[in-house]
Design a protein around this ligand. Sequence first.
Ligand code: NDP
Ligand SMILES: O=CC(=O)O
Length: 313
Amino acid sequence: MDIIFHHPTFDTQFWLDGMQQLIPDARVRQWRPGDNQPADYALVWHPPVEMLSGHSELKGVFALGAGVDSILSKLQTHPDMLPEGVPLFRLEDTGMALQMQEYAVSQVLHWFRRFDDYQALKLQAKWLPLEDYRREDFTIGVLGAGVLGGKVAESLAAWDFPVRCWSRSKKNYPGITSYAGNEELSDFLNGTRVLINLLPNTPQTVGIINSQMLNQLADEAYVMNLARGVHLVENDLLAALDSGKVKAAMLDVFAKEPLPENSPLWKHPRIAITPHLAAVTRPQEAMEYIAKTIREIEKGESPSGQVSLHNGY
Ligand SMILES: NC(=O)C1=CN([C@@H]2O[C@H](COP(=O)(O)OP(=O)(O)OC[C@H]3O[C@@H](n4cnc5c(N)ncnc54)[C@H](OP(=O)(O)O)[C@@H]3O)[C@@H](O)[C@H]2O)C=CC1
Ligand SMILES: O=CC(=O)O
């Protein structure tokens, strides 16, 4: 079995050695421009078109992340990049759900205990106990209730917050109210105090967090964008912060990354920023997952994690 690997920033040797160890009879190589030798599996992030194009012998392509929007958008301009019938897989959790839970829970608790207000008071040297927020006024709404959104919702429900989620199909997560489809979006938003985004980037979700959505949230709402920058209309968020409709935001992802130095988001006192690291690929977990999936494919099984090219995620 031949496995080819391409990632613009990962430690390639670490991955080649790791995959070799997990699948000892495989020949694992770094793909380099000009390499047109056949392969059974490809592990990729931002793959050059020629790496995959024409390789209909591939039994699977693995994206080395959870979101496959960069690959799918390249497919729009280079439809032959992924030969027809070659399945595309993505990372399902592989250690990312726990990271997302840490990020979301810590920030929700930060807002709920009003640490942002106390930090502002501290800067004015003001000793001023504020009224506690009540859990019943702190409904958390998670946009996207898949592998990561579902786990984030679960971890917040464990802290006894009222939690709801929104997805395409109805969910049955214990203690979480599920809303599905565009027809239930307004009900989902109505009363949501903390909005957490974990949707994939698809034509249906681009720009979804806009004025219209923000205006339907509870007053003094909080917004956490952990999915993709293109989901959020940044100027609409700034307007909602200025009007007071939104009290604060925590952003991990941006329409343009790295976020340009002159972006007004940097200077806004009620916006917190992290540089797209809410959940990073954990190499060992990812390799174990890929090796397991390859074994399942080799046995003729249908492993989970296959991307629906039709749905775009
Ligand atoms: N900031 C970071 O560091 C990271 C960000 N991400 C981002 O998180 C995203 C989510 O990852 P993951 O949970 O694994 O993805 P999943 O595919 O498991 O979940 C996606 C969820 O979104 C729902 N959904 C998709 N389209 C729509 C729509 N049009 N309307 C309503 N709901 C919709 C799906 O509904 P249904 O369940 O019905 O299919 C599903 O519940 C990734 O695509 C990626 O962009 C991922 C990792 C790290
Ligand atoms: O944003 C990261 C990913 O894995 O998707």
